[in-house]
Ligand binder design. Structure first.
Ligand code: PSU
Ligand code: MN
Length: 302
């Protein structure tokens, strides 16, 4: 990593997109910069240049420097009136027009990655169909963005706080291929098996890279690459169920709604689990970056 940019400007040509929402709105306390550095180093070690996406003062930055990420984190910490926006497909354009600063979600990261010619993106878990917290319809635009932008998203399935079956079903409706990397099961973030299947399984990185390269070009749509959380980091079902019930109750009492739901439930989970869910979250993101970098390198034929 160079002194100024996360990933540097020289180095391998394979590029791996990374999002800022999971750093800015998903990692409590002061851990976000350290995690960003770790993810960047991992991407480089596995042959890809990391491209951290963000919007700073109305400007799209494809490849944030450490200093730029620090500006974003300071603004998020500083209680600045409106803080750092959580940008999805619908709010991105207005943020650009009004000179705002925002973190990119899966939906805006795939949109910006596609614009920048980056074909692989590693995240933690994609958004999906919410379980009815707040008793209103809430479906992440991540799913729509996946059907619109030809980018491969390496993810530990969808977040376990969601309705996993409905999310899997909606991906199918949207025609988004759900591919298992060394698994036949659709994972759910903290769990290796979310109770649903995948469209196809790949065990060989060369074969996966050839498929993804052709599929993106052929369909003009995205592909979900499911990489389950490493077995040693998986949470126990009974622990996780109890924590989720407590976290949902806490988020509901706190009045979380709309874009605030995912960050509020994740933050509450990290608290009620005594940090166990955060440790699992970090472990799965790191593993997705390893697999994403290898895929990016495979696709570029480097
Ligand atoms: N993965 C994580 N932590 C996160 C997210 C993903 O490990 O915080 C973010 C992603 O940016 C994803 C967003 O796009 O959560 C989904 O939010 P919503 O449900 O409001 O669409
Ligand atoms: Mn939502």
């Amino acid at each position: 990593m160079s002194e100024t940019t996360l990933g540097g400007s020289a180095g391998p040509v394979a590029r791996l997109a990374l999002e800022t929402t999971l750093l800015v709105h998903g990692v409590p306390g002061g851990g976000a910069m350290a995690l960003a550095r770790e993810l960047s180093a991992l991407a480089m070690a596995h042959g890809a240049r990391p491209v951290l996406m963000g919007v700073l003062g109305g400007r799209v930055v494809c490849g944030l420097s450490e200093a730029e990420l620090e500006v974003m984190l300071a603004q998020a910490r500083g209680g600045v009136a409106d803080g750092v926006l959580k940008l999805n497909t619908s709010s991105l354009g207005a943020a650009l027009a009004q000179g705002r600063t925002g973190a990119t979600t899966v939906s805006t990261t795939v949109e910006l990655a596609h614009g920048a010619g980056v074909r692989v993106f590693a995240t933690g878990g994609i958004g999906g169909v919410h379980r009815g917290l707040g008793e209103r319809l809430d479906i992440s635009t991540d799913l729509l963005a996946l059907s619109r932008f030809p980018v491969a998203v390496v993810t530990a399935g969808c977040k376990s706080i969601l309705d996993v079956s409905a999310t899997r079903e909606l991906l199918e409706t949207l025609g988004v291929p759900v591919i298992g990397w060394r698994t036949e099961r659709f994972p759910a973030f903290y769990r290796r098996d979310g109770g649903e299947g995948v469209d196809a399984r790949f065990d060989d990185m060369g074969a996966l890279a050839r498929y993804v390269r052709h599929e993106l070009a052929r369909s003009g749509r995205g592909v979900v690459i499911c990489n389950p959380i490493p077995a040693e980091d998986e949470l126990r079902e009974e622990d996780w169920r109890g924590w989720l019930a407590a976290a949902e109750a806490r988020a509901r009492r706190g009045g979380a709604a709309g874009r605030g739901v995912t960050p509020a439930v994740l933050a509450a989970l990290h608290e009620v689990s005594g940090g166990a869910t955060l440790a699992a979250n970090v472990a799965l993101v790191k593993d997705n970056v390893r697999v994403g970098a290898a895929l990016a390198r495979g696709i570029s034929g480097v």
